[in-house]
Design a protein around this ligand. Sequence first.
Ligand SMILES: Cc1cc2nc3c(=O)[nH]c(=O)nc-3n(C[C@H](O)[C@H](O)[C@H](O)COP(=O)(O)OP(=O)(O)OC[C@H]3O[C@@H](n4cnc5c(N)ncnc54)[C@H](O)[C@@H]3O)c2cc1C
Length: 445
Amino acid sequence: MTGSAAETAPVMETATSWGRTERVVALTLHPVFASELVDRPGAGAMRRLPVGLRRSYGTTVLPEDEVVLDLTGLDRLVAFDPETRILKAGAGLSLDRLMRWSVPRGLFPATVPGTRFVTLGGAVANDVHGKNHASAGSFGRAVTGFTLLRSDRGVVRVDRETEPELFAATVGGLGLTGVILDVSLRLVPISSSDLMVETVPFGDFADFLALSEESLGRFEHSVAWVDCTARGARLGRGLFERADRAETGGLVPHDPGRGVPVPFDAPSMAMSRAAVSAFNRAHYARGRRKAGRVRTPYAAFFHPLDGLRDWNRLYGRNGFRQYQCVVPNEAAEAVAVMLDVVSGSDQGSFLAVLKRFGPIPGEGMLSFPMPGVTLALDFRNDGASTLALLDRLDAIVREARGRLYPAKDGRMSPAMFRAGYPALEDFTRRVDPLCGSRFWRRMTA
Ligand SMILES: Cc1cc2nc3c(=O)[nH]c(=O)nc-3n(C[C@H](O)[C@H](O)[C@H](O)COP(=O)(O)OP(=O)(O)OC[C@H]3O[C@@H](n4cnc5c(N)ncnc54)[C@H](O)[C@@H]3O)c2cc1C
């Protein structure tokens, strides 16, 4: 991080997000050293959008008129203190690389999202959550500080004590409060790289609620897959997984070579309602047969989709939309209403995930988690009919006083955003005057 190098030249590139619904040609910089950004002549006036590995699904990683700063080149480990277990690393370091370094040393990030191909900067800027939200909270909780490049203040060292507002604005701040150059993060000790995972089939949404209630405090991790094409008496059935670290076993990092690529955009039939329905029935039946407790390597439990590289191509050329909401516990029934709407529509979602968020508050002004139930759904992008379905789901979420996750969004209205995030006004005052994105332009138009 302290080195310097010849300035990297900007290039025109086509940018897209994980959902692949929009493509934008933009000037892009790939710095390898932080000094390339800090000392760059003319950088002071440049509108900018920092990005990581672009595992966000929608418009938060697409520029409007900004230069894209791809920070994945800032990927060095800077320092590690074994006493405090605090690691300092470049903001572009991925959790994939971090874990390959840390697991053999008996250490793990306190929170990992459903893919390991995310950078530290991206994980901070979305305050990402994992399957252990109820016991660990979200990513920002383990962050002890970071270095931020602001267009109006230059380089600022940010932590909870010296810059509490900037800390709270940047955690979950969607890359709008400045460019994160490095992150300091407290790792947690692990005794084994495996988990003991129990799979419990459930018959409907009420069973899911009972299982997640019973698992709170008893298991460190929990998550459920829900069959959202099932109707009638089977509505809301699924497979609940709950897990704890194994107490014995090796400290084996995941194999970086794993992952079968999807070589081309699948034909649109691949994700038709009929195909998804058939897949869901088979997946549920297989889950029922496998029910029980199994020792599972961490990558298979935390990041099952990483085993299929570029799986987003399965949705075809027009891409797909992910929809993730959270509703408070007292309005949890709203999720059953949403499942009913989805199962009655002609759109199927095979990646439908339910999780229970616990009471630990997010530290960011725009942190997504709140105590309650979160539902994430993927839909092939069928244009107007998909948007109409998502509008119907919005109305249910709003009525339930829930919110949508901006990391997954490419279409929510400014009113929906304002309704879900009461600290938005406070946040807006801390936005870097030269940072922006297509998402932010839509929210502030
Ligand atoms: C298969 C899959 C599973 C997922 N599961 C989960 C999950 O379980 N929980 C969850 O919370 N999320 C989940 N996500 C979403 C993903 O974790 C987040 O979108 C994450 O933030 C992506 O990190 P990234 O490095 O790709 O950042 P990007 O997607 O490139 O950027 C994310 C945000 O961070 C900002 N940003 C990136 N780098 C910097 C920087 N250096 N400085 C300032 N701002 C920066 C960007 O402007 C943007 O707003 C999942 C995504 C996929 C594809």
